[in-house]
Design a protein around this ligand. Structure first.
Ligand SMILES: [Fe+2]
Ligand SMILES: [Fe+2]
Length: 381
């Protein structure tokens, strides 16, 4: 965490707005719903002893406790999400470590940014690898998206080339998470929050070699800095949405433990994005003037506008509405309801951002199927 830049700069956070409507292309009406109906019918026909046995945990071949269909669906969607996270963080890492102008521009946010990017990529790889291997250990197939690895790589120095699953060259980055985590509102109660910076159809990695120290590369690094947090806050909410649905204590442990690292990532990036330096003129999407006395990008409530609340150095999640308005405000991850934070909401948000631009209909069909089945999971199946 040591860094000359950040130690002298103010830091501030953010968040994301309303999820867009789910991409329903190729929506699969419920293979899983059908299976659930079959499952219910089967349970109703079981004698009491048989039902008790099934609830105590049937065992697969080899004595391994069998996972419920819902737990499998949750793990499969998480494996897919982590594969996609790995793909985008891998692209970031190649350029953060291998493209000097991008590396230097990221270091304007924090001298350790390239290392942090690399660590985040490492973590995502471990998530998808672990979840898939866990599925295999329980007798299920690993999730494999390699058939959809068809998108082009950046042409800039540092990129290792080859085909990708995600597209970082033209993104609309939702930055409303900053405000979401500063106020008592909560999307689960219908509240929405303004963007902190408008990043519409922008690259978040360079696609060509840009001059060291140029406004162009700094703008891209700034946009990436915001996108880092956008991705990780989404992961934080996604895991929290699954927590109440899990049956197996071990899967519950997996969801809580991996979900916790998504939150750790989010907090780091939330802090660092507040250090994004102003980029004069060239890119109208970012505020032009160095409004902050520290010369950083202007953030609402950075202490320079007396009409705004002062959020300087406010990076912890402010208490918000949770469960019921009759209960006290609570500092929590938000949103966490399936409609706002679940698998379908995650797919919709990522699709709307442009992260999958260029992907095939088969890719969207696959994600929609996995998302639908995960969101339908319930405890005590
Ligand atoms: Fe992850
Ligand atoms: Fe993540």
């Amino acid at each position: 965490m040591s860094n000359d830049q950040s130690s002298t700069r103010k830091t501030r956070p953010f968040s994301s707005t309303k999820p867009s409507p789910l991409d329903t292309r190729g929506s699969t009406f419920g293979r899983r719903t059908f299976m659930k109906r079959l499952g219910l019918a089967g349970a109703a026909a079981l004698p009491a002893g048989g039902l008790l046995m099934s609830r105590m945990g049937a065992r697969a071949a080899g004595g391994t406790p069998r996972l419920s269909p819902g737990d499998v669906a949750i793990l499969k969607f998480l494996a897919a999400a982590e594969i996609l996270e790995t793909d985008l963080w891998q692209q970031y890492t190649e350029l953060a470590l291998g493209n000097l102008p991008f590396l230097k521009a990221l270091q304007q946010l924090d001298g350790d940014m390239p290392t942090y990017v690399n660590q985040n990529a490492r973590d995502e790889f471990s998530h998808q690898n672990f979840i898939n291997q866990y599925l295999v250990s329980k007798g299920h197939k690993a999730v494999n998206l390699e058939a959809f690895r068809n998108l082009p790589s950046s042409q800039a120095t540092g990129s290792k080339g080859g085909k990708r699953l995600t597209n970082l060259l033209n993104l609309t980055v939702d930055t409303s998470w900053f405000n979401r985590y500063r106020f008592p509102g909560n999307p689960d109660f219908g509240d929405s929050f303004a963007q902190i910076v408008d990043l519409v159809n922008v690259p978040v990695i360079p696609n060509s070699n840009l001059p060291l120290g140029s406004d162009a590369i700094q703008f891209i690094a700034n946009a990436a800095g915001f996108h880092f947090a956008t991705i990780e806050q989404g992961g934080s909410s996604l895991y929290a949405s699954f927590a109440p649905k899990v049956n197996s204590p071990e899967v519950s442990r997996i969801v809580a433990s991996i979900g916790g690292t998504e939150i750790m990532h989010f907090l780091l990036w939330e802090d660092k994005a507040g250090n994004a330096p102003a980029v004069p003129g060239l890119f109208p999407q970012l505020p032009v003037a160095p409004n902050g006395s520290d010369g950083n990008t202007f953030f609402p409530g950075d202490g320079t506008d007396p009409s705004q609340p002062d959020f300087t150095n406010q990076i912890m999640p402010a208490p918000c509405k949770f469960i019921s308005t009759s209960l006290p405000l609570c500092s929590v991850i938000r949103p966490t309801l399936t409609a706002n934070a679940g698998a379908k909401a995650a797919v919709a948000g990522l699709t709307a951002s442009g992260l999958f631009n260029g992907q095939s209909s088969g890719f969207f069909d696959k994600l929609a199927e996995l998302a639908e089945e995960a969101d339908e999971a319930t405890r005590d199946e």
